[in-house]
Design a protein around this ligand. Structure first.
Ligand code: ZN
Length: 409
């Protein structure tokens, strides 16, 4: 006998499947939805009526009659609700207002205050959100589902807190409360790479893939694991600290306090540090020319560009970063057997200059019996991936609760 919990989980899965089929089609008949979801017509009718009553789905005229009453066509109303997505990055803070189809309506990107002081950064976030809300009419503001936030580090989503973020140097900082106090909107906070994975599941390369990994290559390195269409958070929500796997016990010190973490060897921050140290020790490189001698301006983009142009130092740095990254990803592939690896973050925008050698390096280290080569792709969501994904947490919550957000305050 199925328990009550089983029924509600099943009902949520049915709602999600139905809304996703409607979202993926311009217009669709209820009978088609039933066929595509393997659900009965009465179940489809009950759930679609619920979506129509809360405005997420509308009827748009009638199809051809085959004798009886002509069937109604249904359409997803992408503008029925809007969501605010926030990406608190170490370089930029990005705040978006998107509709339910991830179309960006308003976008604010501001440079992250270099102090990385928590209170200063929260003020920046609150000001950016307030600026977006000030552009909304009263009715539009009422249709905002809430605020989704992605931030690097160990995050307790249940509490809306950053437990520890090596990138920012934050410990035990509450993100949810100041945002809720300022706007009285539901707030959902999660790790930035899990937010990216959520964005891929709903709007990106993960839409037709059940099991995949997102590898976020930015200032730091993180990963998110998607198993059977769900982002895996771990027992306490601390999964995905891929960047802090020890790759070389004698390696450089990492921001987390350990030595030789992947992040201390292959991240944008690590590559920039390696270039600075080498140039300060007398290495000749076009990197110093490109940044006009201002070594603080060295970033992963400059290093990749110089490597492409044949600079020896840049090439060594890129090759070494890819080598460690390849070993780490191959280990993850051997361990989890994902269908797809999606590269995210600033470094991923090096495109083929990263993707091709990285795929070769991963192939070199995976178990040899695999029939298929490892599938590595670069996200199409670009620099908006984290903010869109953070907003998608609220969309998921909405769909799974039949058109009403249910988050604890
Ligand atoms: Zn570390």
């Amino acid at each position: 006998m199925p328990t009550k919990i089983d029924k509600s989980i099943l009902n949520n899965i049915n709602k999600k499947n139905i809304i996703n089929v409607i979202r993926e089609h311009d217009v669709i008949y209820k009978a088609e939805i039933a066929r595509m979801t393997d659900l009965s017509i009465p179940t489809v009718m009950k759930i679609t009526d619920e979506f129509i009553s809360n405005g997420l789905v509308q009827t748009v005229g009638k199809g051809e009659s085959t004798g009886g009453k002509p069937p109604q066509l249904l359409q997803f109303v992408a503008d029925a609700r809007h969501i605010i997505g926030v990406d608190i990055g170490t370089t930029n803070i990005s705040v978006l207002l998107i509709n339910l189809a991830a179309q960006i309506k308003i976008k604010h990107t501001i440079p992250t205050d270099p102090s990385r002081d928590f209170a200063v950064i929260m003020t920046q976030v609150i000001e950016a959100v307030a600026s977006i809300l000030s552009q909304q009419t009263e009715t539009e503001a009422e249709n905002i589902l809430g605020i989704g936030v992605g931030v690097a580090g160990l995050i307790s989503s249940a509490e809306g807190k950053v437990l520890f973020s090596p990138d920012f140097g934050w410990r035990q900082q509450d993100i949810k409360k100041p945002l809720y106090d300022a706007f009285r909107l539901p707030v959902f906070v999660d790790n930035v790479t899990r937010a990216m994975a959520m964005g891929e599941l709903w709007f990106g390369l993960g839409q037709d893939v059940n099991d995949f990994l997102c590898i976020n290559l930015g200032y730091g390195i993180g990963a998110a694991i998607v198993i059977d269409n769900e982002v895996y958070s771990g027992r306490r929500g601390l999964s995905g600290e891929f960047g802090h796997m020890t790759m070389d016990k004698n390696g450089p010190k990492c921001d987390c306090g350990n030595y030789g973490c992947l992040e201390a060897l292959s991240s944008a921050n690590a590559m920039s540090k390696q270039a600075r140290t080498a140039i300060q020790s007398g290495a000749h490189s076009t990197i110093s020319l490109v940044v006009n001698g201002d070594l603080e301006k060295i970033d992963a983009k400059v290093i990749f560009e110089c490597a492409q142009a044949g600079d020896a130092l840049a090439n060594n740095i890129v090759n070494q970063a890819i080598k460690y990254l390849g070993i780490a990803i191959a280990s993850a592939v051997n361990f989890l057997d994902p269908q797809l690896i999606i590269l995210e973050g600033g470094v991923s925008r090096a495109g083929e200059a990263l993707q091709l050698p990285l795929t070769q390096e991963v192939e070199r280290h995976v178990m040899p019996f695999r029939e298929h080569s490892v599938n590595i792709m670069t996200s199409h969501l670009g620099s908006d991936a984290a903010a869109i994904g953070a907003a998608a947490f609220l969309l998921k919550n909405l769909v799974e609760h039949g058109g009403k957000i249910q988050l604890s305050e």
